[in-house]
Design a protein around this ligand. Structure first.
Ligand code: NAP
Ligand code: MG
Length: 405
């Protein structure tokens, strides 16, 4: 069979543990036999980041800027245990954080729906996409453990050295805690642009939730910037497409989401997006049924799974035991990346291939063949059969082969 040529380069970012193992299986069985791929490869496994003083992570981000499209495996964000486990020089920062910052990107997540896994919320019929603002707030905080009574203040001094503002946080009568957080108009504005663009591309309504009744300056700024962006660039386009933009309080958004049928992009501030995407992921079946893409305002794309490296499964694998780990999100990271590459290169055959691979994967689960995480949540059926990781990938391969013939 002739291989399909993928015209331009894809940046491939390899990672750690069980996802690294599955990454190779997916490539070897589902991609390389069918595609002629040009890959710019960056190995971000923890040891390589340590050896290069984390330079490799920045290089990978630069490569995405150069080629436009990348796909990333999950990577370990080291903590104290990992420093010991891998004998690291230091606790390196999260590669995702580094790449996000370099691309000034917004992360969009969407569940992968299959017929035999009903969402935990009965009214949800369509995917709910989440757009998580990936800059600032508590993720770039300045915090302090207050040891004794005293006064906590916040000040702002301009570049000329003049103090423009001073406010009291709290007059402490005893020990406590304080935290300073920030965001920038530039980043919120990029976030708004990315959300409107994504929602319009995918024909989704756009929701934004924030707490501007309590946080009259901070959260209100998100509302203000989104409204300006909407009025300036999107109102007419949205109305023509039958789409709407809806701002509401974050708690109201949470309550309403439970009663909709889905089919919207939910723009979330950084922390809300972190928490809510995990809730959605498990409500739709499994963390492994959630895709993720980082979109930069310049139009660079990085596709990944939204779950981590599935550490516990990896330790089993290392002992020579077989695991039943779900590769769906990794497969969809590759298909998302191939679809975008094909779209940008104007090579419909590549897009077609990616869609076929997605269908093959979905149909495999719908036929009852699935990994352990889905057995617990799938509609009970005598046909359901739990398989090992490599068996699942082989079944997807068989189904893909039939489609291609
Ligand atoms: P995780 O790897 O997502 O795993 C959490 C649990 O979810 C697993 O123990 C497993 O449950 C289940 N799970 C996740 N993915 C699965 C899959 N594909 N198939 C089946 N079950 C799956 O999160 P974590 O354990 O908190 O983190 C592990 C490592 O990943 C950490 O070092 C962290 O830094 C890193 N991480 C990386 C990224 C990223 O690169 N994008 C994101 C998050 C975390 P059971 O064990 O109960 O089967
Ligand atoms: Mg989270």
């Amino acid at each position: 069979m002739n291989k399909i040529t993928v015209k331009n380069t894809i940046v491939e970012i390899d990672g750690d543990e069980m996802t690294r193992v599955m990454w190779k299986m997916v490539k070897d069985s589902l991609l390389l036999p069918y595609l002629d791929l040009k890959l710019s490869y960056y190995d971000l496994q923890l040891k390589k980041r340590d050896d290069t003083g984390d330079k490799i992570t920045l290089e990978a981000a630069e490569a995405i800027k150069k080629f436009g499209v990348g796909v990333k495996c999950a990577t370990i964000t080291p903590n104290k245990d990992r420093v010991k486990e891998y004998n690291l020089k230091q606790e390196w920062p999260s590669p995702n954080g580094t790449i996000r910052a370099a691309l000034d990107g917004t992360v969009f997540r969407a569940p992968i729906l299959v017929k035999n896994i009903p969402p935990a919320v009965r009214s949800w019929k369509k995917p709910i996409h989440i757009g998580r603002h990936a800059y600032g707030d508590v993720y770039k905080n300045c915090e302090y453990r207050v040891p004794e009574p005293g006064k906590a203040e916040m000040t702002f001094t301009n570049v000329a050295g003049k103090e423009l503002w001073r406010g009291t946080i709290q007059d402490f009568k005893g020990p406590g805690i304080i935290q300073g957080i920030h965001n920038t108009d530039k980043s919120i504005s990029s976030f708004a642009k990315a959300c409107f663009t994504y929602a319009y591309d995918q024909r989704l309504h756009l929701w934004l939730g924030a707490k501007d009744t309590i946080s009259k300056t901070y959260d209100a700024q998100f509302r203000k910037i989104f409204e300006e962006e909407y009025q300036k660039t999107w109102k007419v386009k949205f109305e023509e497409a039958g789409l709407n933009y809806f701002f509401t309080l974050i708690d109201d958004a949470v309550a309403r989401i439970m009663k909709t049928e889905g089919g919207m992009l939910w723009a979330c501030k950084n922390y809300d997006g972190d928490v809510m995407s995990d809730m959605l992921g498990s409500a739709y079946g499994s963390l492994a049924m959630m895709t993720s893409v980082l979109v930069s305002p310049q139009g660079y794309y990085e596709f990944e799974a939204s779950h981590g490296t599935v550490q516990k499964h990896y330790y089993k694998y290392q002992k020579g035991e077989k695991t039943s780990t779900n590769p769906m999100a990794l497969i969809f990271a590759w298909t998302g990346c191939l679809k975008k590459r094909g779209e940008l290169d104007q090579t419909p055959a590549v897009v077609e291939f990616a869609k076929m691979l997605e269908e093959a994967a979905l149909e495999t689960i719908e036929s009852g063949i699935m990994t352990s995480d889905l057995m617990l949540v799938a509609t009970p059926d005598p046909k359901n059969r739990q398989v090992y990781t490599e068996e699942f990938i082989a079944e997807v391969g068989n189904s893909l082969q039939k489609k291609l013939e």
